[in-house]
Write a protein that binds this ligand. Structure first.
Ligand SMILES: Cc1ncc(COP(=O)(O)O)c(C=O)c1O
Length: 320
């Protein structure tokens, strides 16, 4: 069932960061709430975050608040204090859970998508428009955690040094201007693929339109005592190549390191993906989506993908 607001599932809960309301102002998501002259609408000028709440608890909240502040800084947007975001998020989650019983038809699990949205505000008025939206995750992303995804490589058209040379492109910010990312996904869907990995004009692996690229390499090595040991390495593209720093990749790397994995940061080229034992697109809502094929080439084997995905899922589950 689609809500009147066009988000899958029941109507989302909206909570505006309104200084007159201590925990934020709950607003009706089935009624218009934004001014048509808001620069978020007229220019896509703003920033956002998407995070997952499980059992009513937001995951990696501090990392998302940090990245929101970083994105806002790049756009020279003034944000409300972190505490106000925390209170509005708590209001949105408890309001949603008060309206909908988890697992009772309108949500298969106790997961919620919590979006933090900031626009430059109404033209001519002072100050940004800020709100929190709580809604149920889409079924497709949840399914893809299990089934995996087929991906195509698409050229983003910028070289991997563009972020430093042209900071006005806001490459490392999570801006509201996701029309290009959504167009890339539609392009992939029209060609029978589920998702995209962007490459740079100089042939480097970048990121997905809504996710970070992660790959695993397993190597057997002499253990120095007449036996063999398996070296396990997790690798992601280097952060200064004009990609968004992923909070999920960051948290998973910390957990993987503690579990004995070696970590690596690009530069990566498409052949590194084809040679990997497993590749994933990782993000806060869909979590780890194992990549079955890239441009029709199989990545690893079904057994390898399954086993490594289970292992990383278990590590990810330890993250707060
Ligand atoms: C372009 C892009 N890269 C990476 C990510 C993954 O970030 P996170 O793990 O913080 O969700 C996202 C998330 O939406 C994204 O939009």
């Amino acid at each position: 069932m689609n809500s009147p607001a066009g988000v899958p599932g029941p109507a989302p809960v909206l909570v505006f960061l309104d200084p007159a309301f201590d925990g934020g102002r709950v607003a009706d998501a089935t009624k218009p709430q934004l001014m048509a002259t808001d620069q978020g609408a007229t220019r896509g000028d703003g920033v956002f975050e998407s995070l997952l709440a499980v059992g009513g608890q937001p995951r990696k909240l501090q990392a998302h608040l940090n990245r929101l502040a970083g994105s806002a800084g790049l756009l020279e947007l003034d944000l409300p204090a972190e505490e106000r975001w925390r209170r509005a998020i708590a209001t949105a989650i408890s309001e949603y859970r008060g309206r909908h019983v988890p697992g009772a038809g309108d949500s298969t699990d106790d997961e919620l998508v919590v979006k933090l949205l900031v626009t430059r505000g109404v033209e001519g008025a002072a100050g940004p428009t800020c709100w929190v939206q709580a809604s149920v995750p889409g079924a497709i992303g949840r399914r893809q955690r299990e089934t995996g995804i087929d991906v195509i490589l698409l050229d983003r058209g910028y070289d991997s040094e563009v972020a430093e040379r042209a900071p006005w492109l806001l490459m490392g910010a999570k801006t509201l201007s996701y029309a290009v990312n959504m167009a890339a996904l539609r392009y992939a869907h029209a060609r029978g693929a589920d998702d995209v990995i962007f490459t740079s004009a100089d042939g480097k692996v970048l990121e997905g339109p809504t996710s970070t690229v992660l790959l695993a390499h397993l190597e057997t090595a002499d253990d120095g005592a007449g036996g063999v040991r398996t070296l396990r390495r997790l690798i992601t593209p280097q952060l200064d190549s004009g990609i968004l720093p992923g909070t999920s990749q960051g948290a998973l790397f910390t957990a993987a390191k503690a579990a004995g994995w070696e970590l690596g940061y690009g530069p990566l080229e498409p052949r590194d993906l084809y040679d990997a034992d497993a590749v994933w697109l990782i993000s806060s809502i869909r979590l780890l989506a194992p990549v079955n094929h890239i441009d029709s080439r199989e990545i690893g084997t079904p057994e390898q993908r399954k086993q490594l995905t289970a292992e990383l899922n278990a590590l990810y589950a330890t993250i707060g």
